[in-house]
Design a protein around this ligand. Structure first.
Ligand SMILES: Nc1ncnc2c1ncn2[C@@H]1O[C@H](COP(=O)(O)OP(=O)(O)OP(=O)(O)O)[C@@H](O)[C@H]1O
Ligand SMILES: [Mg+2]
Length: 162
């Protein structure tokens, strides 16, 4: 990985904490960013996205669900939030055929569950959020920002949570 990077870890002790953490990212985003979510089944990726949608001022953000059948969900808020779940995709070719390369535009944030399965087509400059289940209702979020946009966003996210 070349260029600017920044790492941070956040802890969640409840679903509400995860929603608040996501909302913090949703408020901190300023556009043109890809966020890759990594974590086992039921780690909390979709709940986190729900929080991001709420923070991004998506009307009915709390209705965010996993894009299981339609594969891509798009939510209009302050920025356009494009939500993908790579779990059911067989290959990165399938992700590209959904238009993945075109999703990232000026005022959009692309958020991908199971992004580690699609590492080959993920941009070099993006934000990775790795969720670990630390106890039944506790989760640890390890965030790695690569590139100036992602680093600025992570700094704003941290500042907003203080
Ligand atoms: N601190 C927490 N944050 C988020 N979810 C939590 C937390 N504690 C318990 N949970 C539970 O973990 C589950 C998380 O579900 P969610 O659908 O968000 O996970 P996911 O990572 O998107 O799963 P999948 O891989 O199936 O898409 C829910 O059942 C939720 O109630
Ligand atoms: Mg999910």
């Amino acid at each position: 990985m070349s260029g600017e990077t920044l790492e941070a870890t956040f802890e969640s002790g409840s679903i509400d904490d995860t929603l608040a953490l996501g909302a913090g990212l949703g408020r901190a985003m300023s556009g043109t960013l890809t966020v890759g979510l990594v974590g086992t089944l039921g780690a909390g990726k979709t709940h986190f996205v729900k929080g991001v949608a709420v923070g991004n001022a998506v009307a009915d953000g709390c209705r965010v669900t996993s894009p299981t059948f339609t594969l891509v969900h798009e939510y209009t808020g302050r920025l356009t939030l494009v939500h993908l779940d790579a779990y059911r995709l067989k290959s990165s070719t399938e992700l590209l055929s959904l238009g993945f390369d075109d999703f990232e535009h000026e005022r959009s944030v692309v958020i991908v569950e199971w992004a580690d399965r699609m590492r080959g087509v993920m941009p070099e400059k993006m934000m990775w959020v790795e969720l670990s289940v630390t106890a039944e209702t506790s989760r640890s979020f390890r965030v790695t920002a690569a590139g100036a946009v992602a680093v600025t966003c992570l700094r704003a996210w941290q500042a907003g949570l203080r």
